[in-house]
Design a protein around this ligand. Sequence first.
Ligand SMILES: [Zn+2]
Length: 310
Amino acid sequence: MLRRAGVVLAWLLTGCAAARAPDVPPTTSALAVRREVTLARGTVHVLVEHDGDAAWAEYVADRAAAYLPAAERYLGVPFHEAAAVMFHDLPQPWTVRIVGRRHVALGDVHIRAYNNTYGVFGPDRGIFVEYSIAPIGNPAVVLHELTHDWFHGKGAALVPGAPRDDDEPAWFIEGLASMTPIAVADAGVMVSSTDERHAMRAHWGQWAIPPVSMDVAIHHDTRKEGGIPIFYGKSYRVQAILAHELGGEGYRALLQSTARHLPRSNDDVLALLHGQRADEDWRALLSGWVFDGPYGRYRPADVPGLVPER
Ligand SMILES: [Zn+2]
């Protein structure tokens, strides 16, 4: 695994979630829901803290408990192997700590959700998420964050001064974090209702692509330029394009190889795609989406599979 310890993750935006908690303050225990989850390499505890909405916490805990074993099975990489860098200094069994809040900010940035499992944003470790973007029935944000335990980013693009790497293919990592839970559900590896799968696709597909004069390719990570909707909307749609091009098993194979060898540059991503289909010009296919240039085979209006039939 190519996870560089010491580097951190990043995440943002609408959500990211997955975390753990070493020592949970006793004061929070009355407003928390717990689950014990058996995974391939051991047990983890899921702890969801809330401010009184126990039904919300029960829902989030149940979805997290269903997703973790399904994701490790789908991706072919055990959670304990994938997430070792996140829980680097914590004894097992790990606690995946998810904290619901009405307002989630990092410094001056209203970030709405973030993943501080690693601890780079201070000692309060966990996944923090606003209730309003993670309502009951829509697990998109919580599962996006949990997916970062397999697909780590580095550097929080929205946080001034946070470590970041201009070569990092954030568009790929963030898109994977959004699409993987949907792919896991679509493959039947995780039980998920039609309404829930619809809600997840609608969540990430909600951002329209802006008019041509304001549209930009996202290889340079537009989040730091105020282009959050563009970045997350396009990074998700890129995954929809790749899933359509590769088909269910081909897309799963791409995710599995990515989970084993996390790409650190755009060239790494193109190599992964080439490994799935060598006769495709992937850079041209992603022109306009990721790389500068006109749209090619897929224009914004005709991305397949954005929202499933109900
Ligand atoms: Zn993220």
